[in-house]
Each structure stands twice: as C-alpha cells, then as structure tokens.
Design a protein around this ligand. Structure first.
Ligand SMILES: [Zn+2]
Length: 120
C-alpha cells in the first residue's frame, strides 16, 4: 500500500478493518434475525413477536447497508490513494484540507461542495 506521507494509508487500513468487522457483525445479526423470523413468517401480521422481529430486521438491514457502503467508500479511497487522486475534491478539483481527510479519509468532496449538494 503506497502512502502519501500523511499516514492516510494506515488510517484507511485501520478504518477499513473496523468497518469490515462492523459489517460482518451486522451481517451475522441480520442472518440470525432472518432465521428467527423464518419460523414465524407465516403469521407475521398477527404475531407481535414476528412484527418486532421484522422491524428489528429492517433496522439491522439498514445498518448493514450503511456499513457496506462505508467499506466500499474506504476501498475506493485506498484506490484513489494508489492512483494519486486521493484528497482531491471530485466536484471542484481542489485539494481537500488534510484536517478533513484525517477525520474522514473516505471523503470525496471538500466541505463547500458537500454543503452545495446535500444528501451525500
Ligand atoms: Zn470541492
């Protein structure tokens, strides 16, 4: 893994390991909930426990999706670090301040560009 001299490679590796551990944990709990729900699936509508399980499953699935997205973002950031485009805003092309990439190494936009386009 090449580094840019600011420790981003190490930071990304650490955060990626954390994100992957979180994702794996969530994947397990989603699978466990699915298995638990499978036995009560038939009368989900009338079974209070079944609907609690499906709510829980929806919540865990959403967390899992966001953990997967974070893993993908961190992997993409490692790729940018490797090809030399790390830390460059994808919108305006300016350098993202090191303070920001240290806090969020997966960031692909500088703060003003994030502000200009909410929802990302
Ligand atoms: Zn920008």
């Amino acid at each position: 893994m090449p580094d840019d001299g600011h420790g981003h490679a190490e930071l990304l590796a650490t955060q990626l390991a954390d994100a992957e551990a979180q994702r794996d944990g969530l994947a397990q709990s989603v699978a466990a909930l699915r298995a638990a729900r499978g036995s009560t699936f038939d009368d989900d509508e009338h079974d209070p426990e079944g609907s609690t399980l499906s709510l829980e499953q929806a919540r865990e699935s959403a967390l899992l999706a966001s953990a997967e997205r974070r893993v993908a973002e961190l992997v993409a950031a490692q790729r940018r670090l490797a090809d030399g485009t790390f830390g460059v805003c994808e919108v305006c092309g300016r350098t993202i301040p090191a303070g920001r990439t240290a806090a969020r190494p997966e960031a692909t936009r500088c703060v003003p560009c994030i502000g200009a386009r909410p929802g990302r």
